[in-house]
Design a protein around this ligand. Structure first.
Ligand code: HEM
Length: 179
């Protein structure tokens, strides 16, 4: 998993819960990196999982809520670091469609070792859009937070619902419907 995910995650923890919490969750986890991350480095996915699980037990906030909140937070980092991907799309659904066909493709060129999910999108007759998330990282809550922030950013009124297509959460359907 790319370092930007870790640096943004720890920055969010510091802002919301204070620096001591950053220290605590790093101490409690068994990290090959020892909790030292650079934005362009690559680290084991299990490190973010451990950090989130410890943040959850320290704060009594459930894991999925924390990951979703992190999805909302990392959106702003993407906006600051990669404004061209937003400029390329005039509205929220175009932007969301472009993740799989363009954004993550470009991310993969920049970082060939990135581990990205896939999204299959389909526009329905009623104007809603279905997005099927597939990833062995099972981080659909991250996608959920990112999708919600995307709709806020484009200032469009949609509701988002999520349906698990299998038990382990590696296949998940989002339906984004006009409010
Ligand atoms: C400018 C916009 C975006 C950029 C630059 C971007 C880039 C990235 C990067 C660098 C990673 C980490 C890959 C790794 O750790 O190896 C990632 C992962 C991910 N991205 Fe994006 N992304 C963008 C937008 C989105 C949006 C809007 C969604 C939501 C639908 C999304 C869904 C995800 C998910 C769920 C992951 C976690 C990995 C997984 O589930 O397999 N991304 N993205």
């Amino acid at each position: 998993m790319k370092g930007i995910v870790f640096t943004e995650f720890l920055e969010m923890v510091e802002k919301k819960f204070g620096y001591e919490m950053v220290d605590t969750i790093i101490e409690k986890s068994e990290l090959e990196s020892e909790g030292i991350y650079t934005a362009i480095g690559t680290y084991d996915h299990s490190e973010i999982v451990q950090l989130i699980i410890h943040l959850s037990s320290e704060t009594n906030i459930d894991v999925e809520t924390l990951i979703k909140e992190f999805g909302r937070y990392i959106f702003d980092a993407f906006l600051n670091n990669y404004p061209m991907f937003f400029d390329a799309s005039p509205n929220a659904l175009e932007f969301l469609k472009s993740i799989d066909s363009y954004i993550h493709v470009e991310v993969n060129k920049l970082y060939p070792d990135a581990t990205l999910p896939s999204f299959a999108t389909e526009i329905k007759d009623d104007g809603s859009m279905e997005m099927i998330y597939r990833s062995e990282r099972k981080m659909s809550s991250l996608a959920f937070g990112l999708i919600e922030r995307t709709l806020e950013y484009y200032d469009e009124e949609y509701t988002v619902s999520r349906e698990f297509l299998n038990e382990d959460g590696s296949r998940v359907k989002f339906t984004i419907s006009p409010a």
